[in-house]
Design a protein around this ligand. Sequence first.
Ligand code: FE2
Length: 272
Amino acid sequence: MINSNILSKLTKADIIAEPFPHLAIKNAVEPELFETLSRTFPSENLVIRTDKPENNTLYLYPWRDAQEEDRLTTLWKEFAGQFTSRAFFLEIVRLFGDRIEELFHLSQIYNKPLEQFTIGLRKGGRWGTHLPENHEGDVTMDTQFCMNSPVTAPSRVRGPHLDNGRKLYAGLLYFRQPHDDSTGSDLMLYRYRSTRVPTGVDYDLDDRHVEHVKSVEYRANTFVFWINSLHALHGVSPRSKTNVTRRFLNVIGELNTHPSGVLFDTKRGQYA
Ligand SMILES: [Fe+2]
């Protein structure tokens, strides 16, 4: 029985400030449990679902589908379920509540403390924002089983970018396969080259706008987590040619109920 979530043993002292507040926890899950989860991670046919995957491309299997999947083990259902629980959201508030308020003033906008925010389960893919199910809770949560497909030409799956402006937080738990001898595909954290947030840009930024500050190695059982913001610039370093998929859990929470629609606007380089 999994009776605590991945954040509960952490404190604010674990938060690394630069280039933007984040967690990068090695051996985040108890090793024996992690090994079992890694061995029983959903197969490629469940996540990739095509015979001809594109080179080094993201495929994902959302929790709404996975939770009803017969081929997913009970242990996995219990483990993955923690990331869409109210308890998990409350741990985020305990660790990052100050940061969330400083950036977004959410308790003022929603007229209640963060601890009273309700949660819902995300439905649909990238364009699910307007589905009624995604407005059922104040925060819409998801746990996605993710794979980056095999690399036929060395490349990065995604360069420097910000996650979309509806996203409140993002977490990645790496499930690197034991036989994966590829190089690269580390998480890259960046800051803007200029002291001012650039305007007129989209979520994906040209390399000339950013400066690489640190990398978090793509290593089994490393958990990375951050609050999304105009400064949460990240990307993935190039991955060498390989037949092995790059596996991870993607843990997200969106605010589809925000009156401005987004928390920040990249075009104007401003918070809502
Ligand atoms: Fe991202």
